[in-house]
Design a protein around this ligand. Structure first.
Ligand SMILES: N[C@@H](CCC[C@H](N)C(=O)O)C(=O)O
Length: 271
């Protein structure tokens, strides 16, 4: 049995277990992640984030001194990016004095992301390009099918625009399916979105590797990008998710996601 310390945090109620591992000693096996993330037998979270120096990550070939966000979904799968996780990771780095300024870079599997702690206590993150595809895809849930927009935010998304009543009533205990199957060979995060007004969206999400979550930062960016593409809207997009509010703006085609990030506590576990 080994003893680990952890922190717990969330960004718009998308919650994460944070494990400090400066020297890359933790073995992030899927079973370990699953046990930790279990809401009944473990600590419980949508995902686990390991805080490790990029130089300790075999697949990383950039600046070895950067902190690397090693993100794992609750089912043990690895994801390329996590928008809410990035803000929570940044908050943790600041709180633990692992960085000394409020403006810094973080290494992720989707590349280097710049982070700014804002004067309003929110965190802004440069997510990069959200690539909207013109490939025809659809998603199906409970026998209902919607056409969807395929968006790559480093990780894969399918965004379906739905009526307000549908958004409220969707049963996301089951996973949506998609067509064609080849569109998302690694699985996909599915966002259901209602346009509340110009530049205002409401979104629910079924996350790959988790299920329905209260928020998904990259899903919010994907939804904003799909909305901009469809409507021609140029200004910032405010997105309401079950867990709160996030905003997205696009500067020179690069998406910036801004929102809260909270560390709620720390503890120890034995496994
Ligand atoms: N909740 C995250 C996304 C986490 C990864 C996702 N489930 C995937 O597998 O791609 C976010 O805030 O972006």
């Amino acid at each position: 049995m080994r003893r680990y310390s952890f922190h717990k945090g969330h960004g718009t109620r998308n919650d994460f277990i944070i494990l400090d591992d400066s020297y890359g000693m933790h073995d992030m096996q899927p079973d370990f992640i699953k046990v930790l993330s279990d809401r009944h037998a473990g600590i419980g979270a949508d995902g686990v984030i390991r805080v490790v120096r990029a130089g300790s990550v075999g697949e990383w070939d950039g600046d070895p001194q950067l902190w690397f966000m090693d993100y794992h979904n609750a089912d043990g799968s690895v994801a390329e990016m996590c928008g809410n996780g990035l803000r929570v990771f940044a908050r943790h780095l600041v709180n633990e004095q692992l960085v000394t300024t409020g403006s810094f870079d973080v290494a992720t599997r989707a590349g280097v992301k710049h982070v700014e702690i804002t004067s309003h206590g929110l965190i802004s993150t440069d997510i990069g390009r959200a690539e909207v595809s013109d490939e025809a895809v659809s998603v199906t849930l409970d026998g209902r099918e919607w056409s969807a927009t395929k968006v790559d935010v480093g990780n894969p998304h399918a965004v379906a625009f739905v009526d307000e009543g549908v958004l409220a009533e969707l049963d996301l205990h089951r996973a949506p399916t998609w067509e064609p199957a080849t569109a998302f060979p690694e699985g996909v995060n599915v966002e259901f979105v209602h346009v509340d007004g110009p530049g205002k969206l409401s979104m629910r999400v079924f996350e790959r590797g988790v299920g329905e979550t209260m928020s998904c930062g990259t899903g919010v960016v994907a939804s904003a990008a799909a909305y901009r593409e469809a409507s021609g809207h140029e200004c910032a997009v405010e997105v309401t998710v079950p867990g709160g509010e996030l905003s997205v703006d696009f500067v020179g085609g690069q998406a910036r996601l801004t929102g809260p990030a909270v560390i709620i506590g720390r503890g120890e576990f034995w496994i």
